[in-house]
Write a protein that binds this ligand. Structure first.
Ligand SMILES: CC(C)(COP(=O)(O)OP(=O)(O)OC[C@H]1O[C@@H](n2cnc3c(N)ncnc32)[C@H](O)[C@@H]1OP(=O)(O)O)[C@@H](O)C(=O)NCCC(=O)NCCS
Length: 182
């Protein structure tokens, strides 16, 4: 069985890795700048953003321990795109294939929600992240300089295959067809 699974977040999950999440080393790779966030602000902020539908987030669990977050934001229903973010909060878990496995599982969730293209941005010097994303199938689209961070950013994209239907497909010309509720 895979060591990695995804779960719906709870306050306790965020509390579990809160301290490590804001270590300088993690913030350097994951954030635009250091934010002074209390545990309550961090955890409730993320839980609220999910309730409001601003983000779709899962907790990355490795051998039963919550270790980080994987997130879709800027979900655009019309264009079926979203932007991916991933942070494994404890550096000792980096480079073991857990990020790869978490993204694989998360893209299946995104595909079932109708997402067809995933975008992401990462720092140009974040070779670990780019190696992981490239292995999954993300391809580099462009590189630009972000004056607010003083760093170069690589933008990558991945096209998702629509999920295969598991039963019979009913189309609009079938007498059993019902229009989707608006
Ligand atoms: C980015 C992150 C999610 C990647 O997850 P990970 O578990 O560390 O990465 P993986 O071990 O799955 O990497 C998979 C592939 O990336 C490549 N890779 C790993 N480390 C690398 C490195 N230092 N340089 C280049 N390629 C590297 C390898 O090809 C690896 O494949 P392999 O397992 O066959 O060797 C994780 O490192 C992390 O959370 N880092 C801090 C926050 C961050 O950078 N987030 C991304 C912001 S966009």
């Amino acid at each position: 069985m895979s060591a990695v699974s995804l779960k719906i977040p709870t306050f306790e999950d965020y509390a579990h890795f809160y301290e490590k999440r804001f270590l300088d080393e993690v913030v350097y790779w994951a954030d635009d700048e250091h934010h002074e966030l209390s545990l309550n602000d961090y955890a409730y902020g993320r839980l609220c953003a999910q309730t409001e539908g601003e983000i779709l987030e899962r907790i990355i669990v490795v051998n039963g321990e919550p270790v980080g977050t994987i997130t879709a934001r800027e979900y655009i229903r019309r264009t079926c795109q979203c932007t991916l973010g991933i942070v494994i909060a404890d550096p000792q878990y980096w480079g073991h294939g857990y990020g790869y496995e978490a993204i694989k599982q998360f893209t299946l969730i995104l595909a079932t929600k109708g997402i067809g293209r995933v975008l992401l941005e990462t720092y140009a010097n974040n070779k670990r992240a780019q190696g992981c994303f490239h292995k999954i199938g993300f391809r580099k689209r462009r590189v630009f300089f972000a004056p607010n961070t003083g760093r170069f950013i690589v933008q990558m994209t991945l096209d998702l295959k629509p999920p295969r239907p598991i039963g019979e497909v009913i189309r609009p010309n079938d007498p059993r067809w019902k229009n989707p509720k608006s």
